[in-house]
Design a protein around this ligand. Sequence first.
Ligand SMILES: O=c1[nH]cnc2c1ncn2[C@@H]1O[C@H](CO)[C@@H](O)[C@H]1O
Ligand SMILES: [Zn+2]
Length: 432
Amino acid sequence: MADLIIKNAYILTMDPEAGDIENGVVVVEDGKIKEVGTSTECTAEKVIDAKGSVLMPGLVNTHCHAGMTIFRGYADDMQLQDWLENHIWPAEAKLTDEDIYAGTKLACLEMIRSGTIAFADMYIHENKVAQAVDEAGIRAALSYGMIDFGDKEKADRELEVGSAFVKEWNGKASGRISTMYGPHAPNTCSRDFLIRVKEQAVKDNVKLHIHVLETEAELNYMKENFGMCSIHFLKGIDFWGTDVLAAHCVWLSDGDIKILAEYGVNISHNPNSNMKLASGICPVAKLIDAGANVCLGTDGCASNNNLDMFEEMRSAALLQKVSTMDPTALPARKVLEMATINGAKALGINSGMLKEGYNADMIIVDMNKAHLAPVYDVASHLVYAASGKDVSATIADGKVLMEDGKVLSMNEQEVIDTAIKSSKDLLGRIGN
Ligand SMILES: O=c1[nH]cnc2c1ncn2[C@@H]1O[C@H](CO)[C@@H](O)[C@H]1O
Ligand SMILES: [Zn+2]
């Protein structure tokens, strides 16, 4: 007997061979998809009738600082440099293990509610992030965010923490957690440090997660200090590869785009954060045309201010259209690919498609809503009309984490209350 059957769904498989299945069924066994089709001979312990709903791969958030949900709405409407240096970093210095745990629990709850089944994270107290992810039941590629600012001793300490984390958590939570190295950015990490980190990542056979060219200030800094932009600089130290997840990539020349595509770098586009901090617009359409793997992220909750990947999909599409003055740029299906297949590829997980043998990481979207009627094109609705609040069920690794809008893997009220309490204690410590 199988573990789970979902029937009567409109299935958006995201599998180019299978396409959409109008009245379909998916069978799950041992955390994997056993069958996708129009009918099945199988029986299962649990059957979900998804009539009137869409069943699709769960979304993958490729750039997040999950613990930062504790800072949702803490410092808005500021210049990025001012925001980070004068508000976020001083507050982060006061964060405790408990705050990060509470913030990440809240992030996982929000992700489960809004249909995200995996995320890439870079933050501090990352052990606590891992613990929260383990308990919540979703997947994550986690990294400790390292900054050395050219200080050799700090570099040693940071690499030690990052390395210990990589080794302790890689493959944990029944394989739901993988680890990465997280050098923060080319303008906050020294050249020597970036070289060391890359070497260590190759040695440990794990990926790297880094912010790249989020701001024009970074571009200017790199040109002044190294006579070249971050893309050429990182090429010069053999940093680029398919093992790299580069967040933002806003300030790119056409030559940079070629390099990123050529090296198979995974690029996390984070449109809402880029708009809120007025960082600029990542040339997503050009990157995709060049053959690069572009995926989608929310960034942290202090610069978004939520983790809803449906909103991110909509913003991504709209932003490309207005920035290129071309309404055909980044159509709905392409955006869905970014949030599913491309994201899964960036994290190195066998998800992002509903296909035999793939991870049973999927969501049910309730289409029986005023703002989703009538339906001509499901993909269009998912990108342009739906929101995370329309997700009724979330399944990761074959486990039902939310069903009929009820979260099963954690006590929702307790998670919210604990995060609020943490934020109040934190404010007391910061002295605001
Ligand atoms: O948009 C951003 N740009 C640069 N840094 C950021 C952004 N959002 C969060 N962080 C910072 O990255 C570090 C990760 O460990 C944290 O200090 C976090 O505040
Ligand atoms: Zn970030």
